[in-house]
Design a protein around this ligand. Structure first.
Ligand code: SAM
Length: 221
């Protein structure tokens, strides 16, 4: 079976399970080649619904977790999106596919070698012009391009970093796994147009820690 057929099967499974729901997210999953975002020797596992190692002790999240987070984020065409935790660049590519040429994705990674891995993957798959990869501590956000319509954090935080709330546009939405460094729960935060904040909890999950000024300290985990 070729990668395209494997991709279609994975998408059908995620739809059957009620995880993939909206047309935008389904179309993006059908389009972005996950095999281009995993290390070469793991390509045959690209469409297994599991996280895979990408080096430096980090992972590309399992497809069902990317699906859950993207559905919760509800990105739209033309949105400005900030991702914290670039990893392989796969989540950024899914977001770039949805926001289209009218939108843009800024994604921050603290490990320079992974930022370079993501840049190459994004270049090869032609998403590079819609995605800016930055090296830095994303727990402080990226004020240079604020405000963002959507912010997604793909590493576990002890709480929602205050700078991310500040950098969210009115009417915007932020999705982040919050908990200790072993298990977390997704938190979906919305900033209303009057500036008030509403929060709701989603599924339990397990992410690698967000390490930085507003995350965990390196020795905490
Ligand atoms: N979204 C990624 C993908 O699609 O492959 C998976 C992200 S991986 C689960 C979490 C990433 O967050 C790791 O690459 C890790 O180095 C990064 N990270 C942890 N703390 C960070 C911080 N303060 N700023 C930016 N990136 C951070």
């Amino acid at each position: 079976m070729g990668f395209e057929e494997e991709r279609r099967r994975l998408v059908s499974k995620l739809i059957r399970e009620g995880i993939l729901k909206s047309k935008e997210v389904i179309d993006a999953f059908l389009k972005v080649p996950r095999e281009e975002f995993v290390p070469r020797h793991l390509k045959r596992l690209a469409y297994a619904d599991m996280p895979l190692p990408i080096g430096h002790g980090q992972t590309i999240s399992a497809p069902h977790m990317v699906a859950i987070m993207t559905e919760a984020l509800a990105p739209r065409k033309g949105n400005k999106v900030l991702e914290v935790g670039t990893g392989s660049g796969y989540q950024a590519a899914i977001l770039a596919e949805i926001v289209g040429d009218e939108g843009h994705v800024w994604t921050i990674e603290r490990i320079p070698a992974l930022a370079e891995f993501a840049r190459e993957n994004l270049r090869r798959t032609s998403y590079a012009r819609r995605v800016t990869v930055i090296v830095g501590d994303g727990s402080k956000g990226y004020p240079d391009a604020m405000p963002y319509d959507r912010i997604i954090v793909t590493a576990a935080a002890p709480d929602v970093p205050e700078p991310l709330i500040e950098q969210l546009a009115p009417g915007g939405r932020l999705v982040i796994p919050v908990g200790d460094s072993f298990t977390q729960r997704l938190l979906i935060l919305e900033k209303r147009h009057d500036g008030s904040i509403i929060k709701r909890w989603g599924t339990y999950c397990v992410f690698v820690p967000l390490i930085g000024e507003y995350g965990f300290r390196e020795r905490d985990h």
